[in-house]
Design a protein around this ligand. Structure first.
Ligand code: SF4
Length: 200
């Protein structure tokens, strides 16, 4: 099922006409019964100038000014925000699509109205890989963060679905029965009595 809906909203006071979007639901499996869709939200007005302000409102996004796209993981959906459209992956139906589009349209309007007060972001820090995030974890798989393993937690961090402070710092507990290994002693030199030079 592929479908299209159009949403036009009247601009807020002071705006320049009608703003809105057309929502396209694209069946990515090409099967009638499939529940996997991508959403394409075609905007009626470019948001090129708003991208740095939107980046400021999306703390886990990736954005480099001039790239023309903000990428963000949102609850398992990969979202791409371009000047003329927004794409959202893996949506399960029209209700979810409508809710996500309304949310992102709301964010656009929030960015537009906050231009005087939002500090724009022109470059986000390079996103680290799951493995890089995993390397910084205690690797005890204790489960205190709500994930079964540290690797699962690292993956959730990568997707922006977990906060780093959900993993408590490693406990400094020591095994009391374990004793420190003594430092290796230097080999003892054999002293020969004076008057017997080596080799004689
Ligand atoms: S709380 Fe930290 S150490 Fe424990 S499983 Fe989660 S990430 Fe690993």
């Amino acid at each position: 099922m592929n479908s299209e809906r159009t949403h036009i909203r009247t601009a807020a006071a002071g705006g320049g006409g009608d703003r809105g979007y057309r929502l396209r639901l694209v069946n990515i499996d090409c099967m009638r019964e499939s529940v996997h869709f991508n959403v394409v939200m075609d905007l009626t007005e470019t948001i090129a100038d708003l991208l740095p302000y939107l980046a400021a409102l999306l703390p886990n996004c990736t954005y480099g000014h001039g790239s023309g796209v903000i990428n963000v993981m949102d609850g398992g959906h990969i979202v791409g925000i371009y000047p003329e459209r927004i794409t959202i992956t893996d949506v399960t139906g029209s209700d979810q699509a409508e809710a996500l589009c309304a949310r992102y349209f709301g964010l656009i309007e929030q960015a537009r109205s906050g231009i005087g007060s939002i500090q724009p972001v022109f470059q986000t820090a390079p996103k680290r890989s799951v493995l890089e995030l995993y390397r910084e974890l205690p690797k005890t798989n204790c489960g205190q963060c709500g994930h079964a393993t540290c690797l699962a937690f690292a993956a959730a961090l990568y997707r922006g679905e977990a906060a780093r402070n959900a993993c408590p710092p490693p406990s400094p507990r020591r095994d009391p029965g374990r004793r420190r290994r003594p430092a290796r002693s230097e080999p003892t030199a054999t002293l020969k009595p004076a008057g017997h030079p080596p080799g004689r």
